[in-house]
Design a protein around this ligand. Sequence first.
Ligand code: ATP
Length: 395
Amino acid sequence: GAGELAQSLGYGVYAVGGFVRDLLLARPNMDLDLVVEGDGIAFARAFAEQHNARVKAHHKFKTAVVIFPDNTRIDVATARLEYYERPAALPTVQLSSIKMDLYRRDFTVNALAVNLTPGSFGTLVDFFGAQRDIKGRNIRVLHSLSFVEDPTRILRAVRFERRFEFQIGGQTLRLIKNALQLNLFNRLSGARIFHELQLIMEEEHPTDCLKRLQELKVLQAIHPLFQLTAKRIDILEELEKVRTLYTLLYVEPPVTGWKLFFQGLTMNMERNEAAQLLRRLGVAPREEREHLSTREMVGKALGKLMQWREGVSRPSDIYFALERLPLEGVLFLMAKSRKDAVRKHISQYLTTWRFHTLEVSGTDLKQLGLSPGPDYTRILRRILAAAIDGEAPGR
Ligand code: ATP
């Protein structure tokens, strides 16, 4: 194993971070992170050789990813030996490097390691009260400058608090308020904030996180337009349900959390306000354009869906209202639709209609003597509509 290999190289090796935290919480976690006291990249290379795996090394950060044939991955980091000058007359001390590695982390609950080295195998390495905080369900930073060092940790604190139903500790809460008073978010790049927001929107309950962030006045610190209203909260909660439903269908493509939830977060905003918010978050121009055009298409489609009447309108009208929308736009419309029949047809669209291929092709039409041109498309679309409305066989 990893421990024997590290020992043969004269290194120590530890499992760290979320993997160990989730072990103690009895939650599944497939992301193993290792920290090596020694040369992490050399360890990763030797480990990969033993397991017929590949290595991607980042020399600048002294980290590596070991990629196994079945595509599972292990992250390997290097804990550097650090020497600290002590006041005169006292010798320079070498701190245990795993301790320094853990001290750089975000919260005590993530600053826990398991020693994998033979002889100490399985020993928990807990310098900062991680076990106490996991038991007490507390999110605590390791030192008072933590949020000054990295204000994105405020978003991470809320994400972990809501995910595990923990509490952000009192002192940590005060440090968050301090950080906000110092306007630390103003100096933070949009991209770094956005990355953490994306992680939040991949959580099972992003709405709880967003509500907590609003309560702590974090949203407004990011941008004054970043605001939850009662209506937005309602739709965000509905979006969570719709995403769960969709995920249970196991169809492709996967939902991109932020693209879905930002539809709700920018609801009832002017187009240029939505654009301002996305720009503050460093969203790429192409993604910004895509979001704004989805919003517009969703608005038009919503008008059509509102007019749709069961028994009077045709199911294929719903197909045509949805056909050009990205998945996240379709799911937003489903969340917005109050009528059962409309929802049912949107769900049919997701499971079958959008995969329809017609048995009749352009070639067939040509063989029937029809000349190529816009008529082709028109006729094919008519056949598709008939198939959806159950008037003719389609596949
Ligand atoms: P998840 O279950 O969401 O993957 P995780 O704890 O594994 O949670 P990652 O984002 O994968 O989180 O980060 C891995 C580890 O790196 C964390 O456990 C944490 O200790 C550390 N870490 C990540 N981001 C930061 C940060 N901004 N500041 C300090 N430490 C961080």
